[in-house]
Design a protein around this ligand. Structure first.
Ligand code: LLP
Length: 423
């Protein structure tokens, strides 16, 4: 459920018409709904916390999905933590008021500088992805006279389908260590003066809409916890990675948070660990849209019609990068029969095609369209390719809205580039 609805023939976000934001802020622009963000967090939290066998979870929002500080603060105020993969993301989470003891630091290539920063800040858990990384963390922690709180990230070798560019849980993927390696490293870490292993972590991929691969992976994770405990090692936390996929349209509805929680009860219920989760997309995808204006319709003599927008692949790269499907809706519906368009942006690459042969209501220059389900991996993956100013972001709350990342001016863009002194 989300808070983007048609009222009197127009698309609104909560109590603000998208056409008003387009007029006042300009296009292209990302628009997020506070109510949807809050609802998605709360529904997931309540589904898990409502089951005593699962206990109070740490829901660490995957900052990579949407790192805007206002978005993080909206979630942080409800109790969300942050799953981070860089010093920059840790700094964003802290700036949003998320306490360090709710911040998880993941990623395959954390640098010494980033690890030192995470240790100084006192993050809840550093997820170790390899043996060399474990050695590095231990060395830095010992230099500081600290014991780093760590979890070992396991690659459970479970295929979860989905796009090859976003699976993470197969043996050939770069993430984590095998189960047997993890058990060996955990025991080693427990005897290392610079490390305090508190748990194990896994993440098998993103946009997973089937519970079966998660269920298989989580059963394996339960086995790991039980075996480690059998060896007398303490395991306090089990981090189960990212969230469920979301329906982008034309797709069956993914399992509900209740189904997900029931699966958790079956697999990891009653283990007596704190469960941690790193959902990104399921919290924020349907809480955001990208609003764009039609520049013109280019009707070719051969009958092909290009709907040329002022948004481009640099603003929303998912279609170009993953062949992702985004529902496109007119912001104000025009009467008339559907027309088949190729929807494109102005960037000088054929890859700047959002979709081909899409039947849409008739549109003309000056009309607005909204790319739905664009709140996750949208603005965060935007660039200034073709020197198109970084797309702005707006947060709506009831009848109010705020620009939470302004569009830079051309002067600001140019001022970021000092000339080499010899020029
Ligand atoms: N935890 C870890 C360790 C991850 O690698 C990811 C996503 C997540 C959590 C969050 O997963 P989610 O709940 O959002 O599925 N740019 C791609 C998605 C890349 C996901 C990478 N890892 C896209 O636009 O589809």
């Amino acid at each position: 459920m989300n808070h983007f609805e048609v009222r009197e023939g127009e698309l609104w976000c909560e109590d603000v018409a998208l056409s008003r934001i387009a007029r006042e802020v300009g296009t292209p622009v990302y628009v997020y709904s506070s109510a949807t963000l809050e609802r998605h967090y709360q529904v997931l939290h309540d589904a898990i916390a409502g089951r005593p066998e699962l206990g109070e979870p740490l829901i660490a929002f995957a900052v990579k999905a949407n790192s805007n500080v206002s978005v993080l603060k909206t979630l942080g105020r409800l109790g969300a933590g942050a799953d981070t993969v860089s010093e920059g993301e840790i700094r964003r989470a802290l700036a949003a008021g998320i306490p360090p003891d709710r911040i998880v630091f993941s990623g395959v290539g954390k640098t010494a500088r980033e690890l030192a920063f995470a240790l100084d800040v006192g993050v809840a858990e550093i997820n170790l992805e390899s043996e060399p990384e474990m050695a590095l963390v231990s060395e830095i922690a010992r230099q500081k006279g600290l014991r780093a709180t760590v979890a070992i990230r396991i690659n459970p070798n479970v295929g979860a389908g989905g796009h090859a560019k976003i699976t993470t849980g197969k043996a050939e993927d770069k993430f984590g260590v095998s189960i047997s390696e993890a058990e060996r490293l955990y025991a080693q870490a427990a005897n290392n003066a610079g490390l305090k292993p508190v748990g194990v972590a896994c993440h098998i991929g993103s946009q997973i809409t089937d519970l079966a691969p998660m269920e298989a992976a989580f059963k394996l994770m339960r086995g790991v916890v039980e075996r480690l405990r059998g060896e007398g090692l303490s395991v306090e936390r089990l981090d189960l990675g990212g969230g469920l996929g979301v329906p982008y349209f034309h797709q069956p509805d993914p399992p509900s948070p209740e189904d997900y929680a029931a699966m958790l009860s079956r697999t990891v219920g009653g283990l007596g660990v704190q469960l941690a989760f790193e959902p990104g997309r399921m919290i924020v995808a349907n809480a955001g849209v990208l609003v764009s204006e039609v520049v013109h319709v280019n009707a070719r003599p051969d009958g092909r019609r290009f709907l040329v927008l002022d948004a481009a692949m640099n603003d929303l790269i998912r279609p170009a990068m993953y062949d992702a499907y985004h529902d496109i809706r007119p912001v104000r519906t025009r009467e008339g029969e559907a027309v088949v368009y190729d929807v494109v942006g102005p960037v000088c690459e054929t890859g700047d095609t959002f979709t081909r042969d899409r039947a849409l209501p008739p549109l003309q220059g000056g009309d607005l369209v909204a790319f739905m389900t664009a709140g996750a991996y949208g603005a965060v993956m935007a660039s200034e390719y073709n020197t198109r100013p970084l797309v702005p972001e707006v947060l709506v709350r009831g009848g109010d809205y705020a620009v939470i990342r302004p569009r830079p001016t051309y002067d600001e863009i140019l001022a970021r580039e000092p000339l080499a002194p010899w020029l």
